[in-house]
Design a protein. Sequence first.
Length: 228
Amino acid sequence: MAAVAHVAGFERDGHEAESGVFPVLCRRIDAQSSDEALVGAMIVNEPTAWVEFQRRYERLIFRCITKVTRRFASVVTQEDLREIYSTLLLSLLTNDKHKLRTFDPERGNRFSTWMGLLAINCAYDHLRSVKREPCKGTLAEAEDLVCRQPDAFEQVAEQERATIAARALEGFSAKDKTFALLYFGEGMDPTEIARTLKISVKTVYSKKHKIQSRLESMIERPESSQAA
């Protein structure tokens, strides 16, 4: 059958080859492609998809890896970080890309969040494989140690601020809520946000300032936000 189906803005020809949840994509993947289309194209080995995957998520992956390994800074080298990254990419390719096929957007998971968890797990696996331990100081250094954990009051205050911020986001427009999640939640680069939301970089900084001011105002004056 030579029917042509349209999925997420891409065309599928009559080969009817399926890649798990995702159909084979015949057009090139670019910055405007959805995560679902990107994963589907990666599964069928579309070269542009893997290039776009690294462009979108390489920075996020390395950031997650570094969060795990920074306690081992004296023994973990840049070569170790690259090895962990390479191991993660290899895990996406092995067993007929089984790990990629398990990603299901219908469960409500963002692909960026899912990749971050995979990167963290891969970093821990690497550390366990080489049996590295965190750097240890001398007993004399213990006298100068202070507790870096917040006290109970700080924890409660932080929870209250988080609740107020969540309540504030409920009143945002869908576009502003998406902007806040990308900028403050995922730490996405302003240029990438501009490309994703199809706005100028100047608008990104303007929206960032307005949204941040609004959130800070509500956090600093919780009683006024509750009254509103």
